[in-house]
Every structure is written in C-alpha cells, then in structure tokens.
Design a protein around this ligand. Structure first.
Ligand SMILES: [Zn+2]
Length: 463
C-alpha cells in the first residue's frame, strides 16, 4: 500500500501488513464490473468511459519488465486481477484495503482507484513471485524501487530516517502534534528512504539476493533478528548499506515508468476524460512550459529521467475553486500524478509554450492572469533575473512563496529603463496590486532551491 497522493491525507494504519501475509484464497474480490482481458490481466472496472487502447498492453509490458527483474515471468494461465475503483472514497467504503491507504495489493491482485497503479502492481508481482512472510521495510522498499512511487524530491543528507523506525512502515501514522501535510510528507519521506535502501541493495547484490533476504525476514521482526538475517544473506551490515544508500542523497530511483514512453499529452487535452487509462506524459523537452488548470488540492509532476526530481503544484481545498499554474521546469518529460478524488474532466493541459517565461523586454507574450480564479507562476529552481509581461483586468493579491530565498520582485508599468513606476512585492506576504495590459513583473536575482512560485489571486476570490 502507499500514502495517498496529495495533501488531503489522513492516517491510521496499525499492523496492517498482517493482511498481506497469506498468499491465498482470502483475497477480496470486491466487484465483478466490466471485465477486460490482457495477456496477463483480468481487469475489472465500473467506469462509463472505455478503457484506453494502450492500457492493457501497457500492463502486460509492465508485468514482463518487472517480472524479468524479480525472476518470475508472468504467465497467461494465471492472470493478475486488477480492480479499478471509481474513486478513493469508493475504495475506502469497500473496506477491502486498510483504512486511508491509497490502494492495496495481494498476491496477484491489485485494488486501486488509479487505472495503472505501478506501486500496487509491484506488490502484486512480488507477493506472487516471492511469497511471504515479509517485512514492511523490505516489501514497501521493493514496491517503491520497482515503481518510483510515491515520488519524493529529497536528499537525505543530514536528516535520513533510521531503518529501525521503518521495520513496520505502514503509511501514515496518526500524530496529533503534526499537521496533515507534515504527516503526509513524513510518510512519503519514509517510503522514499525504504525505496532508496532496497534499490541500492538490488544494484549492489542483485534482485535474487534481495529476494532471498525478503523471504527470510518476517513481519514484526526485531532489530536484532533483522541484522542477523541481513548478515547471513549479504556480506555487509544493515547500518553500512543504509548509509551507502541514503548518505549521499543521490539514491537512485527505480525501474523507469512505462507511462513515460507513451505519446505526450497534447494542447487542450482534458486529462483522463476520454478513456480510462494510463496518464500520458507532459513533454517539456520540445516545449519549455505549460499552462494547466484543475480543481483539487494539488498535483505532482515527476521527471521521467530522474524520479527524485518531482515538483508539487498546490491547488485549493475548496471544491469549486479552479487553480491555474503557468509553469516552466527543467527540460524533461514528466508524469502527472494527481489526486484521484478529482473528477478527471476538471483537469486540463490548456497549452504548451516554447519561450522562457522570464526574459528581456518584448521577448514573450504577456501572461494572462485569470480574472476569477488564482493563477500561480512557477519558475524553475535556481537564479532568475528578467522581465515578465502580464495582462489582467483587476485587483489581485500577489504572494511570492517563502521558498524564494532572496532577490527582489517588483510590479512596473513599463519594461526596462522606461519603467517609471514600480512597487515592491515582498516574499512571504500578500500585496494588493492592479494588473492591466502593459504591466510588467521585474525579477531581480531571485534565488530558490525549489520552484519559485508567485501566486496571483483576484481579490474577489478567497485566497
Ligand atoms: Zn506499498
């Protein structure tokens, strides 16, 4: 299982791995629904839309490529069962998965609100191939290593979790002293650490040795027993391997996600609306940026070339408020990961663009701010200096995110030396401004380690 994507996540999960232990006749079969067949899959869903034509071939390809790593080729005589729920709420109401988990898996079976859930699929393959009993640190680590999910943009330098605390890793623990967002971030960080650990073991010793270790370590193992089993299978200590994997902060990822090989999303495409299937990537190799609108709490873009490069785009908790992001990222192909609670038709890639958002005077088209919903400008990490033409027709509250470490932001009435009237926009505060045709944003040595986000909220909308 895995933490849900997005930040609207709540918690409890106690000793839930017990339910995965039996490989057996106790798997739930939550509904029959519409049944489609791939070479290795029996796919159940209850959607209105057709399955996308590439979905079942992609699942088959995934089963083969992961199967070749874990030493167990899929067999068409023994199909994996996939239950695609319509929403997270529907999954939760079924009671077939642990409470609040984003999906779950059994040997050869996946239950998920996602049409193509690589994390749960990886569990289903390994549970079927390696059998139990298994330990949560290793089984979650293997699922993350094989799926790049959940995605995390972390280096562990100086603040890596301790493996001893992750032996019973099981999603988000309730913690009254933390906000939901902090709790969620902590869970994703723990999963990422487990993934880095197992990815490192597989790279150094091979998947077969990792499988041997996996099969020897039961759930509920003590620290001492874990260390003992570890040193019987591998010629090293847990502490040493843990520090190798997490110490440098460059713990590599995982098996490339086959969704990255699909044709990219096109301008104007309403994501996920036309058919039930895998998400097509956002192509910022040929394009520099994109304008994306959605309703919901947020979404993530995950780099196809390096899964540790992920970027989070915040939305709104309010159900009816649409948010627009105008984003520029380092050149790459990205997979979109969004909260499945969203109706997919409310999520649209409006357009790509080919120019840098910030440049000299007159270089770019004015960026149109929305008049009735927030627009967030997302500039790539690093240093940014230059001008950005704006167009708007009303009053906005503009709020540069505190992740911008230093630099100066001003709103001017003209570009360049001709700018006679500029007003400062401090970072971490909300400043009321009027944006009309001909307004310019002046950015002077903006430095940000993450995306530099500048939010414009029309004053008629609650910020
Ligand atoms: Zn999992």
């Amino acid at each position: 299982m895995q933490p849900r994507t997005g930040f609207t996540v709540a918690m409890p999960v106690y000793g839930l791995f017990v339910i995965f232990v039996s490989p057996c006749a106790c798997e739930p079969q939550p509904f029959e629904g519409r049944v489609s067949h791939g070479r290795y899959f029996e796919y159940h869903d209850r959607e209105q839309e057709a399955l996308c034509p590439e979905l079942l071939p992609l699942l088959d390809e995934h089963a083969e490529s992961v199967g070749s790593l874990i030493g167990s080729a899929p067999s068409s005589g023994d199909a994996f069962r996939y239950y695609k729920f319509r929403s997270f709420q529907e999954l939760q109401a079924s009671d077939d998965c642990p409470s609040e988990s984003g999906g779950c898996a059994f040997a050869g079976e996946v239950l998920s609100p996602k049409a193509f859930d690589t994390h749960e699929l990886s569990h289903a393959y390994t549970f079927a191939a390696w059998h139990g009993p298994f330990n949560a640190l290793l089984s979650e680590g293997v699922a993350v290593a094989l799926s790049c999910s959940p995605a995390a943009r972390y280096t562990f330098e100086g603040a890596a979790p301790d493996w001893r605390d992750l032996l019973s890793l099981s999603g988000e623990e309730p913690n009254d002293n933390q906000t939901q967002a902090a709790n969620h971030e902590n869970a994703v960080r723990q999963y990422a650490a487990a993934g880095a650990f197992t990815t490192n073991l597989a790279r150094r010793y091979g998947w077969a040795r990792l499988a041997e270790l996996y099969q020897r370590v039961p759930p509920g193992v003590s620290e001492l027993d874990f260390q003992r089993q570890f040193s019987q299978v591998l010629p090293a200590s847990v502490d040493h391997e843990w520090s190798l994997a997490l110490g440098n902060g460059d713990a590599p990822a995982c098996v490339p996600d086959p969704q990255c090989a699909l044709d990219a999303q096109e301008d104007g495409q309403r994501l996920g609306a036309a058919c039930v299937g895998a998400e097509r990537p956002i192509d910022l190799v040929a394009n520099i940026g994109a304008r994306i609108s959605f309703v919901g709490t947020g979404f993530t873009l995950q780099s196809c070339s390096d899964s540790t490069q992920t970027y989070w785009f915040v939305g709104s908790e309010a159900t009816a408020v649409q948010t627009t992001h105008v984003l520029q990222l380092p050149r790459d192909r990205y997979l979109l990961v969004y909260d499945r609670d969203l109706p997919a038709s409310d999520f649209a890639l409006e357009s790509y663009f080919m120019h840098s958002l910030v440049g000299d005077c007159g270089v770019s088209e004015p960026l149109q701010l929305e008049g009735s919903q927030p627009t967030i400008i997302d500039l790539p990490p690093g240093t940014t200096t230059g001008w950005l033409a704006l167009n708007g027709a009303s009053r906005y509250l503009v709020a540069p995110h505190p992740s911008i470490l230093s630099g100066k932001i001003e709103l001017c009435d003209q570009c360049g030396l001709a700018a006679s009237s500029c007003s400062a926009i401090p970072v971490g505060e909300s400043t009321a401004v009027t944006v009309t045709a001909g307004s310019w944003l002046k950015l002077d040595n903006l430095i940000s380690l993450d995306l530099a986000q500048i939010r414009f909220t029309p004053t008629s909308v609650d910020p």
